[in-house]
Design a protein around this ligand. Sequence first.
Ligand code: FAD
Ligand code: DHB
Length: 386
Amino acid sequence: MRTQVAIIGGGPAGLLLGQLLHRYGIDNVIFERKDRDYILARIRAGVLEQGTVGLLDEVGVSARLHHDGLVHHGIELAFGGARHRIDMTKATGKTVTVYGQTEVTRDLMDARLAAGLTTVYNADNASLHDFDGDQPRVRYVKDGVSHEVTCDFIAGCDGFHGVSRQSVEPKVYERVYPFGWLGLLSETPPVSPELIYNNHERGFALCSMRSSHRSRYYLQCALDDHIDNWPDDKFWDELKRRLDPEAVDHLVTGPSIEKSIAPLRSFVAEPMRFGRLFLAGDAAHIVPPTGAKGLNLAASDVHYLSTALREFYADKSAAGIDDYSRRALSRVWKAERFSWWMTSMLHRFPGTDEFSARIQRAELSYLVESDAAKTSLSENYVGLPY
Ligand code: FAD
Ligand code: DHB
């Protein structure tokens, strides 16, 4: 097999890249280790920046998003038993859209199928070769049979545990946080029309949603905790302890549809280009989920990468691909800073003293009293320009 761009990984980064390249007339094949149903069962991100929505518009996969997605103009911060609204649209003129990653992925998969583009699911043991030269190769095994693909470029979109970053030796910057997030999805109406980020002495809690009848809640938990320790009743009791009184009154509880624990990590691999191999999305960087940036960074990476490859093929210029890593990392680091800051401001850090708790409280009250601080939070939350 031969293709122009071999894409490793069929998550949001790989699928969106595939559609963008297709739109620019660039042939591509996706090699994905799992199958379609496995990927669609992963409950992850929920908040899309306006720029991400714009990219989905550009590739023509946003009809369902505009029909079912919830456009939000603000978020609420809760601490000390009270809630404070941050009007992001007033501060920036922009909005975010609440629409699950699962649905984004489904829309992209359907569009890829409709366009007749090739995705090889259950592609085992992928290995990357000769990306230092002009003709990289990808080898993989499918149904016990080995295959080899030649290409012009390889896009490593295979997430944090993928083979692409493991095939090179980037410099790595990392911070692991001493807690995780326990998430619960339920078929219940959201407690409030907007997201509520709660700082509480028992630990952080987030009230989010997927639709007018489906809610997503998160609780800060210990790193070594396990979902078996969290029957639904215990989850709801703990959530009520961390919410403000009005939210407790409005909370509708019900059986969980999904429950999972995710560790929190900040991670950046530099550079994001190695010859003709490019890293994009979680393969190159991880943010703690507090700023809702992971999926959105995957989208901005593949925007930069697709325009660079378009320049290479259409204008015969390598300027874009030469600048890809610098451009992407410049935006990545700002999102890393924002996600680290939101995480530091909103969580309980085990072992920290009363001074740290007072500084955290001062940060939160400054934020809700200062228009400048609210604008700063808002412009990062809705997404910095590309
Ligand atoms: P992935 O989604 O990890 O996709 C990589 C794909 O590559 C996978 O399908 C995998 O099976 C495949 N793969 C791996 N190895 C190989 C291999 N060797 N060969 C072939 N294929 C391979 N982000 C936000 O923007 N907003 C949020 O609100 C948000 N909330 C989150 C909440 C939680 C609890 C979590 C865990 C994450 C959240 N994120 C959020 C982050 C977001 O989910 C990720 O950043 C996003 O999935 C990254 O997409 P990706 O395509 O780069 O990687
Ligand atoms: C969701 C996840 C986040 O990390 C976040 O900051 C906001 C919303 C969610 O899954 O709905």
